[in-house]
Write a protein that binds this ligand. Structure first.
Ligand code: GLN
Length: 492
């Protein structure tokens, strides 16, 4: 096996397999060994599917030898534990689903399997994807590989930490209010949240159905393009899936640079933003200027309202979605109950963690008679204003750019006692999902040794342009190539 495989991107691994530089079994074994070596430090995996992965890798090697390979044949990846995987535990980070074995594969899982990818495991996450720090998981917090005392971001923190520490070259994630982009920024990887409806939600445990969207955590935008091409597209099993053709993203991002106007919201740079983080983003914008992009100042009038709107809409939908976890059909079931009421109350009381309960309570409150008009309806109206504002701005600019997060990764425990402070951490990422827009985060600097992200947002279904801009940025920079100290390949 050649050295420094961990430095290779998903694209390079797929190519290396096709060229016969290494076999899928060797590659899969290599990543499984890295998981054995490092997962104890970061807790990025809930389940490692060792035997299944080796079996799949052997089949991939046969397919490669027979010249019957797909775009991802033989490359090991991981799935966030929110995606149903047939015959394998799907916990969603919750005690409620600790014993849940899905009888079917989510569409995302199936499509990536069909494209040839090997699943090495399921990654840790905030319980039911509710969180920005991966501290709400029933399986314990994930540690940021750049500093083990810090959070990796959430809720797709396991996927982000696994890719950052090269326990796998790519992973899936989901983003409802920032859960792909925020952990990508904190962990120093590339995180892409596509347009709402671009990727099927079938088999993805629901949090807030009008916001949830699956995407990717990878080393590069090129890798994201490769994965997304296999994941995206219409699915009749998801009623909000978009019936639109999927462009050839991978080819599209390699086309010649075309000039862009990039809007930069001035209020993304208000006092809440760490000055060094701000500087890294400003330096990134200079790279785009060098490429020939025009930078234009814009203003998001409703930025301050996005967090409050989200924290009405998302819990409302969550309270409804999570009512299915009642102990009757699947998941945790409380023992020693005397009557039906106790059965429900104890099952849900024991199965859900504190943050999930907080969301269910808030959601039930804002949907209840008397408060529905004051909170939920009002929030929906403001959500529409936020969408309209984005659409107005996108008639003047091609992309929006700014920071992904206000600060680099914070310490484990730093914000757990103050949910409002935790929620405000999502200020820059929440707008895009409220408007259904595609957005991504790419590494754009290190602040005191910790990665920070540049966020790019595009108009609906404009993923190709978004990924292309990120790809050109990565051709000019090397922030995405940094490996956290201690995770470089050991002498083997
Ligand atoms: N941090 C946000 C929340 O806790 C977003 C989570 C997500 O995108 N899944 O709701």
């Amino acid at each position: 096996m050649e050295k420094e495989i961990n430095k290779k991107t998903l694209t390079q691994l797929a190519e290396g397999l096709r060229q016969g530089q290494f076999s899928s079994e060797e590659l899969t074994q290599y990543y499984l060994e890295r998981i054995d070596l490092f997962n104890g430090k970061i807790n990025a995996f809930i389940t490692v599917t060792r035997e299944e992965a080796i079996q799949q890798a052997r089949a991939a090697d046969k397919a490669l030898a027979a010249g019957k390979s797909g775009p991802l044949t033989g490359v090991p990846i991981a799935h966030k534990d929110i995606f149903c995987t047939r015959g394998i535990k799907t916990s969603c980070g919750s005690k409620m689903l600790d014993n849940f074995i899905s009888p079917y594969d989510a569409t995302v899982v199936k499509r990536l399997k069909d494209a040839g990818a090997i699943m090495v495991g399921k990654t840790n996450m905030d319980e039911f994807a509710m969180g920005s720090s991966n501290e709400t998981s029933f399986y314990g917090p994930v540690h940021n590989p750049w500093d083990h005392d810090r959070v990796p971001g959430g809720s797709s923190g396991g996927s982000a930490a696994a890719v950052a520490s090269k326990l796998v070259s790519a992973a899936t994630g989901t983003d409802t209010g920032g859960s792909i982009r925020q952990p990508a920024a904190f962990s120093g990887v590339t995180g892409v949240k596509p347009t709402y409806g671009r990727v099927s939600r079938y088999g993805m445990v629901a949090f807030a159905s009008s916001l949830d969207q699956a995407g990717t955590l990878t080393q590069t935008a090129e890798d994201a393009a490769l994965l997304l091409e296999s994941m995206a597209g219409f699915d009749r099993r998801d009623s909000t899936s978009l019936n639109e053709p999927v462009p050839a993203y991978y080819d599209a991002i390699h086309e010649p640079w075309q000039n862009l106007t990039i809007g930069v919201p001035d209020n993304f740079f208000d006092e809440g933003l760490d000055p060094d983080n701000a500087q890294a983003v400003k330096d990134a914008l200079k790279i785009f200027e060098k490429l020939g992009a025009k930078i234009k100042d814009v203003h998001l009038d409703h930025l301050d309202l996005s967090v409050p709107v989200y924290y009405v809409v998302a819990p409302a939908e969550a309270s409804s979605n999570l009512s299915r976890f009642d102990g009757v059909r699947f998941g945790h079931r409380s023992k020693n109950v005397k009557n039906l009421n106790e059965f429900y109350m104890q099952t849900r009381g024991e199965g859900f963690g504190a943050e999930v309960k907080r969301r269910i309570l808030t959601g039930t409150y804002v949907l209840s008679a008397g408060y529905y008009d004051a909170y939920y309806l009002q929030a929906q109206k403001v959500r529409k204003l936020i969408s309209n504002e984005f659409m107005r701005i996108f008639s003047e600019v091609d992309l929006l750019a700014g920071p992904t997060t206000p600060t680099p990764a914070f310490k484990i425990g730093q914000k757990t006692d103050n949910p409002v402070e935790m929620y405000l951490n999502d200020i820059y990422t929440i707008g895009a999902p409220l408007a259904g827009l595609p957005a991504l985060s790419v590494p754009c600097g290190l602040v005191q040794g910790l990665p920070v992200g540049l966020q790019l947002i595009a108009t609906h279904l404009d993923e190709a342009r978004l990924l292309k801009a990120a790809h050109y940025f990565q051709k000019e920079t090397d922030w995405h190539l940094h490996i956290p100290p201690g995770y470089d390949e050991r002498e083997r």
